[in-house]
Write a protein that binds this ligand. Structure first.
Ligand code: C2O
Ligand code: CU
Length: 497
């Protein structure tokens, strides 16, 4: 185990915050020819898509990305959206093909990424890696088989556009759904500033300057002193004036209506950019059934901690009355609110419910359902992703390298199709990061849950395993959009044989 001192001194030299083993590996690699990677449009990707088969049924959707205005409890905000915030939920059945026509009416390039889905690589929506950006005034057809049921979502993969209103839920139904419930509700959480205190591009510019820039006084979006024990310290960098559930602030909450005794499946998605949420339903316990789309052994809890990009499904049996569905912005002292109504009673406004300080579930409390366990296999390849950087310099990086969109494969992690891969995600920073891998759903080591986005606490690490069965070039990054955009991103690339 490395000491904090080693990390600190290495980082100050602006070099790798890694151990000597990794340095040796890098030295070795530089003596050999750099690996060659499969092409997102190549035959390996096409064969993998063909192997998915599918029902042949096609769900067609039109997504028009355009400037718009939203009404946030009486405040009108200019933003960008797919027509509404969130976008209408896209639903299809496992094995069906999604055909999404995206029209870009924004004054900027854009793309759509289908977060969490193991889809064909050339439809993953990462400009520079898997496609050219969709230019202003252009359109692009995304077409792919959605093989795996679960709760997913979509958002652009260009700049900090995720922090605008460009997001929605993508639900892939299981034709043989084993869970029994009366109804289901999509609950999308978001931290909001666009058109209220500025734009995400302004925030990014401020943050880029690091602490030095802030001292210079251009600030206003920076949040100092957001602390959370659950997140191991610093909770976030950005101040948001509003927190939303399904696009609505607490002063104008969405109301979910049902009847006492009904069993509801909640599909909770954190579409925020810099905020983890603690979610609870007043007067109820939640039974968590899925993490990032995949089943887990059900666990009862009072509340759930959900980082950016994560999803949890939970079952709840409703009582009689009106109840607050609360998403507390972890460490930031504000809350998002929706209302669950099954009977008479005053509409709840209170956001300080006892469940928030009861048992709070994280991914560490979960075990994969037997159907979701990766089969036993020896590991063929071990990789490390070391997260480094600081709030002070705003120099977030992976394996000592800040992602360069002009040279996306520099520093790529290489795998070969067919391998069982073990990935160590090591956080050497003073801050937590929600690490996300595209195109795969790994398993947390030691029979943990299947996930594609995981909270990595400061100075902690997480080991995950996955099968390299989806060839292509896959982004791997922090899902704090400001960390990703300033460099905490890399590519997992499949090497050619
Ligand atoms: Cu939702 Cu590359 O991410
Ligand atoms: Cu991060």
């Amino acid at each position: 185990m490395q000491s904090e001192i080693q990390y600190a001194s290495l980082t100050r030299r602006g070099f790798l915050a890694v151990g000597t083993g990794t340095l040796a590996a890098i030295a070795l690699a530089s003596c050999t020819t750099p690996p060659r990677f499969v092409s997102p449009t190549g035959t390996a990707v096409q064969q993998a898509e063909a192997a998915r088969g599918g029902t042949g049924r096609v769900t067609r959707v039109d997504l028009v990305a355009a400037p718009t205005q939203v009404d946030l409890a009486g405040t009108t905000a200019d933003t960008w959206s797919f027509g509404s915030v969130p976008a209408p939920t896209i639903r299809l059945s496992a094995g069906d093909t999604l055909l999404a026509n995206v029209r870009n009416q924004l004054p900027a390039d854009t793309s759509v990424h289908w977060h969490g889905l193991a889809l064909r690589n050339d439809m993953d929506g990462v400009p520079g890696a898997t496609q050219a950006p969709i230019g202003a005034g252009e359109d692009f057809n995304y077409e792919f088989v959605a093989a795996q049921p679960g709760t997913y979502w979509f958002h652009p993969h260009v700049g900090p556009q995720l922090d605008r209103g460009l997001y929605g839920a993508l639900i892939v139904d299981d034709p043989n759904e084993p869970l029994v419930y009366d109804d289901e509700w999509v609950v999308i959480l978001d931290d909001w500033l666009d058109g209220v205190t500025g734009t995400p591009d302004e925030v990014l510019e401020e943050l880029r300057g690091g602490m030095a820039g802030m001292m210079g006084g251009s600030g206003g979006h920076m949040m100092m002193g957001a602390r959370s024990e659950l997140l191991g310290g610093d909770a976030g960098d950005v101040f948001y004036p509003l927190y939303l559930i399904n696009g609505r602030p607490a002063a104008d909450p969405e109301t979910f209506t049902s009847a006492p005794g009904k069993r509801i499946r909640l599909r909770i998605i954190n579409a925020g950019s810099d905020t983890a949420f603690r979610v609870a339903l007043g007067g109820h316990r939640l039974t968590v059934t899925h993490s990032d789309g995949f089943p887990v052994n059900p666990v009862d809890t009072d509340a759930i901690l959900i980082g950016m990009g994560e999803r949890y499904d939970a079952l709840v049996t409703l009582g009689d009355g009106a109840f607050p569905l609360v998403a507390a912005a972890e460490g930031k002292g504000e809350t998002a609110l929706a209302v669950v109504r099954t009977g008479s009673g005053e509409t709840p406004r209170a956001t300080t419910i006892p469940e928030l300080t009861g048992s709070v579930l994280t991914a560490n409390d979960l075990v994969a359902d037997p159907s979701a366990v990766l089969p036993q296999r020896t590991v063929d390849r071990e990789l490390t992703a070391t997260l480094s950087g600081s709030m002070m310099a705003y120099d977030w990086a992976i394996n000592g390298r800040r992602f360069d969109p002009a040279d996306p494969l520099a520093g790529a992690l290489g795998v070969t199709q067919g391998e069982r891969v073990r990935l160590l995600i090591e956080n050497t920073t003073q801050m937590w990061h929600p690490f996300h891998l595209h195109g795969h759903t790994y398993q947390h080591a030691g029979s943990g849950p299947r996930k594609d986005t995981s909270i990595i606490l400061p100075r902690r690490s997480l080991t995950v395993e996955f099968d390299a069965d989806n060839p292509g070039l896959w982004a791997a990054h922090c899902h704090n959009i400001y960390h990703a955009e300033t460099g905490m991103m890399t590519i997992l690339g499949y090497q050619t044989a």
